[in-house]
Write a protein that binds this ligand. Structure first.
Ligand SMILES: C[S@@+](CC[C@H](N)C(=O)[O-])C[C@H]1O[C@@H](n2cnc3c(N)ncnc32)[C@H](O)[C@@H]1O
Length: 327
């Protein structure tokens, strides 16, 4: 086995905190360089993975370094069904960078992670044509973190462009399904700052609302038991938005963890049992990030890094398949 194949090099565009990079490192790859705009996310990367990160707009950076595998998680807000989806969102254009870098770095494989609707976008189609003209085979997969032993329902798309055979990421896996109970094991009711088991403190009014929500419940329980506590705005959109002020249930996975998880009003982010939001570490566990990985910044900055990241276990399974496909 040649050195390149046994210890392939990775460049990560839009690395965020570096959880996808970590997954490739743990699967046997060597991280060469990462590019990230956000200072706090880059600090997290540096602290956990090393100093080879370039902070700034990737559009202004110069592709360099040995690269067998190019990985990229371009911003997804413009494609996401949960955001204000827009074909004109300038962030959509960022994924056009990937073939430009591939042209310069000539990796064996390119792996692009994004939300599922990305595959229906004009930019994905254009990129596919460009990659094929460059001699890559291109395949896209819809995957769910649940199938990789992650305690979270998180659907994503993975696009693989390869000069070799493309691994079948959609094949059945043998991971045991995990629940919120599995994920939160040992964390408990009290804050443990040393483990980043800390949470944003909601207002007394928010906590009063939350006290009416049972495990698995949401704003409808507040409306039923304490209508006087329901925000006026909700009555206007009544029953259209129900998955807010929600509490997780112990038995089952969580819904998709987004960057907004320190807000009770933005989703299902209350602890199944205690009257509080989930902690930074609990959210990281829902993304199957190892406990030793430390996020840097304020609670909001950490939340953005966690909500943005590739679920670690899913990333590691994909990384293993990709590395094996080189051998
Ligand atoms: C979806 S996240 C990537 C998460 C990462 N793959 C992980 O597993 O942790 C996308 C990242 O792109 C970064 N980003 C957005 N625009 C950028 C730009 N112009 N140059 C570099 N990074 C950018 C964002 O700050 C964000 O951290």
């Amino acid at each position: 086995m040649s050195g390149v194949l046994s210890n392939p090099t990775v460049v990560d565009l839009f690395s965020g905190a570096g959880v996808f990079s970590l997954a490739f490192q743990d699967a046997g790859a060597q991280l060469v360089r990462a590019y990230e705009l956000d200072e706090a996310a880059a600090n997290t990367y540096r602290r956990n993975l090393g100093d080879h990160i370039v902070v700034g707009d990737v559009k202004a950076a110069h592709p360099e370094g040995r690269c067998d595998i190019l990985i990229a998680g371009p911003p997804c807000q413009g494609f996401s069904t949960s955001g204000k989806r827009s074909a004109d969102d300038p962030r959509n254009q960022l994924s056009r960078i990937v073939p430009i870098w591939a042209e310069k770095l000539q990796p064996q494989v390119i792996v692009i992670e994004n939300v599922a609707p990305y595959l229906k976008s004009a930019v994905w189609e254009e990129n596919r044509n460009t990659f094929e003209r460059m001699g890559y085979h291109v395949e896209a997969f819809l995957v769910n973190a649940l199938d990789f032993g992650v305690p979270q329902n998180r659907a994503r798309s993975i696009t693989i462009c390869s000069k070799n055979d493309i691994p079948n990421l959609a094949r059945p896996r043998r991971f045991k399904r995990k629940t919120v109970r599995d994920a939160f094991d040992g964390l408990g009711a009290r804050e443990k700052p040393e483990m980043q088991h800390v949470w944003f403190q909601p207002t007394p009014l928010a906590l009063e609302r939350l006290s009416h929500v049972p495990p698995g419940g949401d704003i409808r329980n507040i409306a039923e038991k304490a209508p006087e506590l329901v925000p006026k705005s909700w009555w206007k959109v009544r029953s259209k938005i129900i998955d807010i002020w929600g509490r997780l249930s112990w038995e089952g996975p969580s819904k998709t963890v987004k960057a907004s998880f320190p807000h009770l009003s933005k989703g299902r982010y209350a602890h199944p049992e205690y009257d509080r939001l989930i902690s930074i570490r609990e959210a990281a566990r829902l993304q199957s990030v190892p406990d030793g990985f430390h996020f840097t910044g304020t609670i909001y900055q950490c939340a953005r890094q966690i909500g943005n990241c590739v679920p670690y276990k899913m990333g590691k399974a994909i990384a293993t398949d990709v590395i094996n496909s080189l051998n």
